[in-house]
Design a protein around this ligand. Structure first.
Ligand code: AMO
Length: 446
């Protein structure tokens, strides 16, 4: 008999069904046995009237009922089983108003009797046993939300004529900072793991692609142990031609997010509320835009002086600014714009009238940076000067600089961390929860 997903049982009429999944709990009472069975879609109660006394004259039916009872008594939490039985609707059953009376039960794969993690295990311990941790319905929901979100972004891009690219992750040079670069042996020489598709998504502009996007891994040799940094993360990137300024990039960015959030709210809003106690809302456009200098003033007026000397916001400053934006505009997102050129990469374009400021932004969501975007400098001589100013060797960047020597449209784009968006959307405390398998300075397993 074909297997029915647990979530699809309720609409079926009473009758024979087959379900398959793992054993969540067994309640082995004297006269009756209950098993809570889970699969990827939900949980259902299975029931079996216990047959305990063999008796000397037991017939075949009694013997097989006895065997079934024993096999249920011996079920370990987590074992994978296939069950055929009679589906019955009964509103007294708390779990979904349905129950399956077991006719046959096959233990397909037995679990060891002691489960290594429990609901109250530390996050680190749960990550050690991630495949078991992911069996929690809330964890499963995170990745269904991720699927819906990514799908909606892709759909929006495809409908708006963006081309999907896959850029190499083995690189000959750094694209962001040399400080956070993974170096590896590469035959006779060295290679580096890509920190961002920055250079190659820009390459698509002189290549005449017009608009591109990529969702792919990025690597940063960042030794920090914060809740929002990983050494490998999924970066959502877009880049497109003929922008007039970073304002065009922000407009594209906010429309894209509205598409992503609309899909998540429609498909999972109620489940998210039940699992995480948060209400996800579709953000209104336009998102507020606040120049960095003004943002620092607003934060100061709230009584927080950012201790950094480079003029950037720190995490507490980001939280304070978001709190202000929520109070003043009722918005969860804010574009912080016009960063000083001293704290931005060489490839950011600077303002015509004020070379001290870049045509760039960071996007904060619920108090944390989720993205950086900018218009790029496409005039090669300016680009070379900016690279030199940052202490970079133009010779190392020759392949990149060539992109700007044979005709290149003005362009801009952004990079956004997928796990950060999900963490903030679902009100979770760490990207370790929203990353399928987290990678950090002390975690390469599993
Ligand atoms: P940036 O370095 O700000 O910009 O990165 C963009 C976004 O990627 C995410 N992110 C990270 N997520 C988890 N762990 C990390 N170590 C980590 N580092 C970054 C964040 C961040 O906002 N090339 C530019 C983007 C561009 O201008 O198009 C870049 O990489 O969410």
């Amino acid at each position: 008999m074909t297997r029915t997903l647990i979530k699809n049982l309720a609409p079926l009429p009473d009758g024979t069904v087959t379900v398959a999944g793992w054993v969540d709990t067994v309640r082995d009472q004297k006269k009756v046995q209950f098993v809570i069975l889970r699969d990827e879609s939900g949980a259902v109660q299975l029931v079996n009237p216990a047959t305990r006394e063999p008796g000397d004259d037991a017939d075949d039916a009694t013997r097989s009922a006895l065997a079934l009872t024993e096999s249920i008594s011996g079920l370990a939490h987590g074992s994978m089983v296939r069950v055929t039985g009679e589906l019955k609707h009964d509103e007294r059953v708390k779990l979904g108003g349905i129950e399956v009376k077991i006719a046959s039960l096959e233990v397909v794969s037995e679990a060891l009797p002691e489960t290594p993690i429990a609901d109250d295990s530390s996050l680190d311990k749960r990550l050690d046993w991630r495949f078991l941790d992911l069996r929690r319905p809330e964890a499963n929901l995170i990745f269904r939300v991720q699927t819906t979100f990514e799908h909606a972004l892709r759909t929006w891009w495809v409908e708006n004529d963006f081309v999907e690219i896959h850029t190499p992750k083995l690189m000959a040079s750094a694209s962001e900072s040399r400080a956070e670069l993974f170096e590896l042996e590469y035959f006779e020489g060295k290679a580096y793991l890509s920190q961002s598709p920055q250079f190659f998504k820009q390459m698509a502009q002189p290549a005449g692609f017009g608009r591109v996007f990529e969702i792919a891994p990025a690597f940063r040799a960042d030794p920090s142990f914060t809740s929002r940094h990983a050494t490998e993360f999924t970066s959502i990137d877009a880049e497109f031609s003929w922008v007039d300024s970073h304002e065009d990039v922000m407009q594209m960015h906010e429309q894209l997010l509205v598409a992503g959030f609309t899909a998540v709210v429609e498909k999972h809003g109620a489940e998210i509320e039940a699992a995480f106690g948060v209400t996800v809302t579709v953000p209104a456009v336009p998102f507020p835009r606040i120049p960095l200098a003004e943002a620092l003033e607003l934060v100061k007026a709230r009584g927080y002086e950012v201790p950094r000397t480079d003029g950037d916001l720190d995490p507490e400053g980001e939280r304070q600014l978001s709190a202000h934006v929520r109070e003043a505009f009722g918005h969860d997102f804010v574009f912080v714009t016009d960063y000083a050129s001293g704290i931005r990469p060489f490839y950011h374009m600077r303002h015509e009238g004020d070379a001290g400021l870049t045509k760039s932004y960071d996007l904060l969501y619920n108090g944390t940076e989720i993205s950086t975007g900018a218009q790029r400098e496409h005039r090669v001589e300016v680009l070379i000067a900016q690279a030199q100013e940052k202490g970079l060797e133009p010779e190392e960047l020759e392949f990149y600089l060539d992109f700007f020597r044979y005709g290149v449209p003005p362009h801009g784009g952004f990079g956004m961390g997928l796990a950060r968006v999900l963490m903030l959307m679902l009100g979770l405390g760490s990207i370790r929860e929203t990353t399928y398998l987290f990678r950090g300075p002390t975690r390469l397993l599993p």
